[in-house]
Design a protein around this ligand. Structure first.
Ligand SMILES: NC(=O)c1ccc[n+]([C@@H]2O[C@H](COP(=O)([O-])OP(=O)(O)OC[C@H]3O[C@@H](n4cnc5c(N)ncnc54)[C@H](OP(=O)(O)O)[C@@H]3O)[C@@H](O)[C@H]2O)c1
Length: 378
C-alpha cells in the first residue's frame, strides 16, 4: 500500500511513521509527505522514506527544504494546492490525513473525489465540511476510515451489525487536564496546566480542546457523519480512565464496549490494516483492581460542549465559524493573552454574532475569515 501522509511532522503523523516502520516494508511505502513549517523534521523523514512528492506550508519553507535535501527525484510543492496534489496526484492508494485544522478539508475532498480511501485523523474535515464530504462520498468508490481512537473503537463495534440493531453509540471523554479543578479556579489555569493531559500525549490544540470538551463535541459531530447516526442517538460521557474508548448500546439493551490501554498507534495501525488486527508491542490491560467510572458532562465545567452541538444542529457554516474561532482562541490562550474560560465564552459570543450561511467551499472560507478576525478581538 502506497500512502500519502499529510501532517507527517505532527503528533499523529510521526506516530503513523513509527507504525509503518513496524509493519511489513514490502507492503507499505510512502508516496507523499506533507507538513507545515517543520522543515527540519520533514527533511529527515524524506531521507528515511524517499517519497516522490512533498508539500510544505509556503514557498519560503519549500526554498528552505530544497537546501537541506537532494531534490533530484523529488517534487517539492507548497500551500493548499501542494497538499491536494499529495492527496490525489502522488499515486497513493490511501491518504492518511493528519493535518490539524480547517487546512485538512480540501485534501480530504480531493482524495475522495479521486476514489482514494482516506484514513481520517483530521476531524475538522467532518466538523466543518461533513455535508460536503458526505456528498462526495455518495459519488465516490472510496471509503473514509476513522483514525480517532473513539471512532476506530465504534467502527470496530459497529462493523458486524446492521443499523436497526443499534440503539445508540456512546463516546467517552477523559475530561481533560482540568477535570478535577474547582470551578471557581478554572479562569486561572495556565497553558502548562492545560497541556498536561492525564491520559494522552497529543498536539497542543487538541489537548486544549480536550480540556474545554470542544474536542469531544467535534467527535460527536464526526461520529454523526461517519456512522450516519442522528445526534439523538449519540451520547458522550466523561470516563477519566480513558480505557473504554467507545460503546454501542444494542436494541436488546446489551452494551458492547471497546477497551484497551490508551495508545494512538493502535487506531492508526488499524486504519491501515483493517479489518485485520496485527501484532503490536503495546501496553496490555491489567484487569485486577481496575475501576471504570462514568460521569455526565457538566455544563458549568464544559459550556463549550453544548455551544458546539447547538451549532451542529444549526448546520450550514456555523461549525466553520466555531472551528476557526476556536483555533484563534486556543492560540491566544496558549500565548498567555486570554484566560482559559474565555475560550468557551468566546465561542458562545461567535455563535451569537454568526449570520446563518449555507455551506459551500467558498462560504467556509468567508465565514472562517470572519470568525478569525472576530475571535482575535474578543
Ligand atoms: N494527536 C492525537 O492524539 C489525535 C488524536 C485523534 C485525532 N487527532 C486529530 O488529528 C489531527 C492532527 O492532530 P495532531 O495532534 O497530530 O496535530 P499536530 O501535532 O499539531 O500536527 C499537525 C500537523 O499538521 C501540519 N500542518 C498544520 N497546518 C498545515 C497546513 N496549513 N498545511 C500543511 N500541513 C499543516 C503540521 O505541520 P508542521 O508541524 O510542520 O507545521 C503537522 O504536521 C487533528 O485534527 C486532531 O484533532 C489527533
Amino acid at each position: 500500500m502506497k500512502l500519502a501522509l499529510l501532517g507527517s511532522t505532527g503528533s499523529i503523523g510521526t506516530q503513523a511513521l513509527d507504525v509503518i516502520e513496524n509493519l511489513d516494508s514490502d507492503v507499505f511505502s510512502i508516496a507523499a509527505l506533507a507538513a507545515g513549517k517543520n522543515v527540519a523534521l520533514l527533511s529527515e523523514q524524506i531521507k528515511r522514506w524517499q517519497p516522490q512528492v512533498v508539500s510544505v506550508y509556503g514557498s519560503a519553507e519549500a526554498d528552505q527544504l530544497s537546501t537541506l535535501i537532494d531534490t533530484s527525484n523529488l517534487e517539492i510543492l507548497h500551500g493548499e494546492q501542494g497538499l491536494i496534489a499529495c492527496a490525489n496526484q502522488s499515486q497513493a492508494d490511501r491518504v492518511l490525513n493528519a493535518v490539524v485544522g480547517s487546512a485538512g478539508l480540501s485534501s480530504t475532498l480531493a482524495a475522495l473525489e479521486a476514489n482514494i480511501d482516506v484514513a481520517l485523523a483530521n476531524k475538522e474535515s467532518l466538523v466543518i465540511g461533513g455535508e460536503l464530504v458526505q456528498q462526495v462520498l455518495q459519488q465516490s468508490e472510496a471509503k473514509l476510515l476513522p483514525v480517532d481512537s473513539e471512532h476506530s473503537a465504534l467502527w470496530q463495534l459497529l462493523m458486524p451489525h446492521q443499523s436497526q440493531e443499534i440503539e445508540k453509540i456512546i463516546i467517552t471523554a477523559s475530561g481533560g487536564a482540568l477535570r478535577d479543578w474547582p470551578l471557581d479556579q478554572l479562569h486561572q489555569a495556565s497553558p502548562q496546566d492545560v497541556l498536561k493531559h492525564p491520559n494522552w500525549n497529543m498536539g497542543a490544540r487538541v489537548t486544549v480542546d480536550s480540556a474545554t470538551l470542544v474536542n469531544k463535541a467535534f467527535e460527536v459531530i464526526e461520529a454523526h457523519w461517519l456512522f450516519q447516526m442522528p445526534y439523538t442517538q449519540i451520547e458522550a460521557v466523561v470516563h477519566p480512565q480513558s480505557l473504554v474508548h467507545g460503546m454501542v448500546e444494542m436494541c436488546d439493551g446489551m452494551v458492547l464496549a471497546h477497551i484497551g490501554m490508551p495508545d494512538m498507534k493502535v487506531p492508526i495501525q488499524f486504519a491501515l490494516t483493517a479489518p485485520l488486527h496485527q501484532p503490536m508491542n503495546t501496553p496490555r490491560m491489567d484487569w485486577v483492581g481496575q475501576s471504570f467510572n462514568f460521569d455526565s458532562i457538566c455544563n458549568d465545567r464544559y459550556p463549550a460542549f453544548s455551544t458546539l452541538l447547538q451549532a451542529a444542529e444549526m448546520g450550514g457554516a456555523a461549525l466553520a465559524a466555531l472551528n476557526a474561532a476556536d483555533e484563534v482562541l486556543v492560540e491566544r490562550f496558549l500565548a498567555g493573552n486570554i484566560p482559559f474560560t474565555q475560550i468557551a465564552s468566546g465561542l458562545e459570543e461567535i455563535l451569537e454574532r454568526y449570520t446563518p450561511t449555507a455551506l459551500t467551499i467558498d462560504t467556509i472560507a468567508n465565514v472562517d475569515q470572519w470568525a478569525r478576525q472576530t475571535a482575535a478581538c474578543l
